[in-house]
Design a protein around this ligand. Structure first.
Ligand SMILES: [Zn+2]
Length: 119
């Protein structure tokens, strides 16, 4: 009797777990239909081919001189920028960059904020 009860319980447990995710996925529509505001604009930019609409990816520094600073795009007056000054460095040097005032990192590279249209 005990083994029969165990088998019935296991069969009932499997049945409930196996079907739920499949049915749930078929009922959900496209996330683009549910998104609003900034999330929707981000999804539309990604659908248009821009995989990095907020310029969050790491990029390689250029010459970084005072005359040719590394250009950091931003839709705001200021942006927090992280610099990995040396290749084997284990931390990121963070600094605030403001519109109109280029800034020099401790490693000697210059950075300048450039205006970018918001997403
Ligand atoms: Zn640096």
């Amino acid at each position: 009797m005990a083994s029969l009860t165990g088998r019935i319980f296991l069969a009932a447990a499997r049945r409930n777990v196996a079907y739920t995710p499949v049915r749930f996925c078929k009922m959900m529509s496209d996330p683009l239909d549910h998104a609003t505001g900034l999330e929707k604009r981000e999804l539309l930019a990604k659908a248009a081919g821009n995989e990095d609409p907020f310029d969050m990816k790491v990029f390689q520094r250029g010459p970084g001189t005072k005359e040719q600073p590394n250009l950091i795009p931003s839709a705001f007056d200021a942006r927090l920028v992280g610099c990995i000054c040396e290749e084997e460095q284990t931390f990121v040097q963070w600094m605030w960059l403001y519109q109109g005032t280029p800034k020099r990192c401790e490693c000697g590279y210059w950075f300048k904020l450039v205006e970018k249209a918001p997403v």
